[in-house]
Design a protein around this ligand. Structure first.
Ligand code: PXL
Length: 273
């Protein structure tokens, strides 16, 4: 039911993601991004991460019960005719199965996957079963994937030291997944610019912006993928969505919020402040 509307309705955009309690990353970053880019954001929560300030800000990770994840998705999918979803931290093989089943229960225009394999501060390989389940059960459903340096190495199987390697990784990940790829070099690749490689099977484009400091900022990956999802939900073409998202996240890193944790946090609202 809708009373007379004065403006066109916003594009409904779902994120299936975890809460990072300090708000820098995860669902909180996604929702701020959606709001800023003018789409109606919804979240289905997969887990709660609470950093431990008494223990070097290690991650305390609690998955949401599977039935509760399924219930959230049932409510959301019954409520709205969704066309666009962003996937953030899923966290366990069981959650990956629950989310994969919900994704397969309907058709999508855009499934934007931020393939969160490990979080900052975690040891590579800490969650090998989850990594494998993500590759086997979620990656094939993605239409757009945004691996960071570590995830691009893991998904492509090659070592990435420079932009040529990043291009090769983007090509491999596209070949194996069929998805549009934005492989992020971030601060990991040497040079004055933060470089990402876009590849959709035809167009290969290097997106570049001057680095803002040399330390990764919390929420940058979440914000980038959420911005891509928001732009796609509004009807943008994939390359335009990637370009807009890159500009948006670069601005958010410039406007970062300082914190007592080892990483500052992206601020999505700075541009219009
Ligand atoms: O930045 C990756 C990420 C995504 N989602 C959640 C997180 C993190 C990293 O801390 O906690 C919930």
């Amino acid at each position: 039911m809708s009373p007379t509307q004065t403006s066109s309705p916003p594009a409904i955009t779902l994120t299936i993601a975890g809460s990072e309690a300090t708000g820098g990353a995860g669902a909180q970053a996604d929702l701020r991004t959606f709001q800023e880019l003018g789409v109606y954001g919804i979240v289905a929560l997969t887990c709660i991460v609470s950093f431990d300030p008494e223990n070097e800000w290690q991650h305390r990770f609690v998955p949401v019960e599977q039935q509760v994840i399924a219930d959230q998705l049932e409510a959301i999918q019954s409520c709205y005719p969704l066309r666009t979803v962003k996937l953030g931290m899923l966290g366990t093989p069981a959650t990956i199965d629950t989310v994969a089943a919900a994704l397969k229960s309907q058709e999508w225009d855009n499934v934007v996957l931020d393939p969160v394999l490990i979080c900052k501060g975690q040891e590579p390989g800490a969650a090998l079963d989850t990594d494998q389940a993500l590759k086997a059960n979620i990656l094939p459903l993605a239409t757009f994937v945004t691996p960071n340096h570590f995830e691009a190495e893991s998904l492509s199987g090659i070592t990435i030291e420079n932009i040529e390697d990043l291009k090769e990784a983007a090509r491999i990940i596209h070949r194996e997944s069929g998805a549009v790829v934005l492989a992020k070099g971030g601060v990991r690749i040497e040079g004055p610019d933060a470089v990402d490689v876009y590849f959709d099977g035809e167009t290969l484009e290097v997106l570049s912006a001057p680095k803002v400091g040399d330390v990764a900022v919390s929420g940058a990956g979440c914000t980038l993928a959420a911005a891509i999802a928001a732009e796609l939900a509004k009807g943008a073409a994939p390359l335009d969505a990637a370009r807009t998202a890159k500009t948006f996240v670069t601005e958010g890193i410039r406007d970062r919020v300082a914190s007592n944790a080892p990483f500052d946090a992206v601020w999505q609202g700075g541009a219009h402040a």
